[in-house]
Design a protein around this ligand. Structure first.
Ligand code: NAD
Length: 481
């Protein structure tokens, strides 16, 4: 890290009681990317270890007047701070004023282009209110240390893309040890992965996201919008789609956003959706098959298909196959599966669950296993076109879907469940990160490839995968469209 670099003076005149902190780092990323990440104080908890929480208070796009509410750790204390953007000159400079009960801050971040990359220069003038000179001098080393730690965090966040993650023997061992492996599904599992923030951008890219109105899909939609994606939100309910759109506009301003209504448990509606998307979207860069549900009782859709199979497996199959001609080279398909699939085999000859006593969890797990098998199949087929196909599972996430379908599990596990944002993390990373383009055909949790089968009799061999495709083709004819 470079420190105390000879840069132009800070814009404010400072008095004798002001503690000035100045640090700089060099990043291989462009000034635009560095600015978009560092000037957005919602990202502070991702790089500044003292920021416990950060929220944007003002609606719309970031700019002069945007305000943030922060909670900052100072020793054992938690200090609320309110920041306001005073000058906003992308991608060169941002100036913010911060105010708390006991301190005032004037923070300037400048972004200077280098031959390859950017120098980020952070200057912070801190005034401690109602504190004697002696106390101020005593606090200075701690404040400087915090500032250096924050800049080390920023340097890590803005570092170059990492190499594509490879399978690991230790992770495989954990997966095989079913119960300790399942600990990875909790919020603790996510936090202990210590993931870097997603800095790669999606500007100019179109992302079609199903199940965008609730839970993981809603969190993914907000995040993808912040990364600059043009979003096409797919949902069943026009009111919820309008609410989600309003949430995104409040968070990011009036971005390029479309909504499409479709009941994805109906193959006819899924096909009609695909036809509309091929007409309205010049190109699709990312398709996220996220919509899904667990049905506690066996029910048939209006087309006579068992609903778990129809929604969780057949519909993503039909949608993806129909959209393949519209997928851009370098495109990505992300299929949201479930860790529950580890417990079930794929029964290709009984996808509608007509044999044996019905269990919602089993039906769900079988369909989600089918989705992982399909992902491997697509990954092989689409590799020559440069399209990456990923299956992932989000862990155990506290969402309306889980609360409704598994109330006892939800009650018992609530303290350990992930937030929707934790659940959405790997979806967003697979959609945006440069390194995720290079590792098609994996099954991901927390950005790491995992085993697809751990129990005897659950492996889906290539022959079964090919047969699955044929059976799905036949089943898809059920809507007669
Ligand atoms: P959720 O119920 O909160 O959200 C599911 C989304 O899918 C909603 O937007 C819903 O409207 C949409 N959807 C459901 N049925 C639909 C239909 N017929 N047509 C169109 N859209 C429909 O649930 P969630 O937990 O956020 O689930 C998101 C995905 O993650 C699902 O595929 C789910 O299987 C998977 N998943 C979740 C967990 C978890 O712990 N929450 C674990 C493993 C996998």
């Amino acid at each position: 890290m470079r420190r105390g670099s000879g840069c132009a003076p800070h814009p404010e005149n400072r008095g004798p009681d002001v503690i000035r902190l100045q640090e700089s780092i060099d990043s291989p990323r462009s000034p635009q990317d560095c600015f978009r990440f560092a000037a957005d104080f919602r990202n502070l908890p991702d790089w500044d270890p003292t920021t416990v929480r950060a929220r944007k208070l003002t609606p719309g796009a970031l700019g002069v007047g945007s305000e943030f509410d922060l909670l900052v750790a100072f020793g054992p204390q938690r200090l609320p701070l309110r920041y306001r953007v005073v000058e906003f000159q992308p991608p060169h400079r941002v100036l913010l004023h911060g105010e708390g009960e006991r301190l005032q801050l004037v923070d300037e971040i400048r972004f200077e282009p280098l031959a390859s990359g950017t120098r980020v220069i952070y200057t912070s003038d801190l005034t401690l209110k109602s504190v004697g000179r002696l106390t101020e001098q005593a606090l200075k080393p701690a404040v400087s240390l915090n500032s250096r730690r924050a800049m080390a965090g920023l340097r890590r966040a803005l570092a170059a893309a990492e190499a594509a993650p490879a399978p690991s023997a230790w992770r495989n061992l954990l997966d095989r040890a079913v119960l300790p492996g399942a600990a990875q599904f909790t919020a603790y599992g996510y936090r202990s992965a210590h993931l870097r923030p997603v800095v790669d951008r999606l500007d100019g890219k179109t992302v079609v996201l199903t199940g965008a109105t609730s839970g993981i899909g809603h969190a993914a939609a907000l995040w993808l919008a912040r990364l600059g994606a043009r979003l096409v939100l797919v949902g069943r309910d026009a009111g919820k789609l309008a609410d989600t759109k309003a949430d995104i506009v409040a968070d990011c301003g009036n971005i390029d956003l479309a909504v499409q209504r479709a009941d994805l448990s109906l193959i006819g509606e899924t096909r009609a959706l695909a036809r509309r998307l091929l007409q309205t979207e010049a190109r699709i860069d990312v398709l996220v098959n996220n919509a899904g549900a667990l049905f506690p009782r066996r029910e048939l859709s209006g087309e006579g298909l068992e609903r778990s199979f129809a929604l969780n497996l057949l519909s993503p199959y039909v949608l993806t196959e129909a959209l393949l001609p519209g997928l851009a080279p370098g495109g990505r398909i992300i299929n949201v599966s479930s860790g529950g699939m580890y417990l079930q085999p794929l029964l290709v000859d009984d996808l509608n669950y007509t044999q044996g006593r019905y269990s919602g969890s089993r039906a769900y797990a079988r369909a989600k296993r089918g989705l992982v098998a399909l992902s491997l199949d697509w990954a092989e087929r689409l590799r020559p076109r440069g399209i990456a196909v990923h299956a992932m599972h989000p862990g155990w996430v506290d969402t309306p879907g889980v609360a409704a379908a598994l109330p006892a599990f939800h009650r018992a596990m609530r303290p350990f469940l992930r937030t929707p944002e934790y659940g959405a993390d790997t979806i967003v990373w697979l959609a945006a990160a440069a390194e995720a383009a290079a590792c098609s055909g994996n099954f991901w949790l927390d950005r790491q490839p995992h085993l697809t089968d751990i129990l005897p009799g659950t492996t889906v061999h290539r022959k079964t995968r090919l047969r699955l495709r044929q059976v799905l083709e036949d089943a898809a004819k059920s809507d007669n469209s």
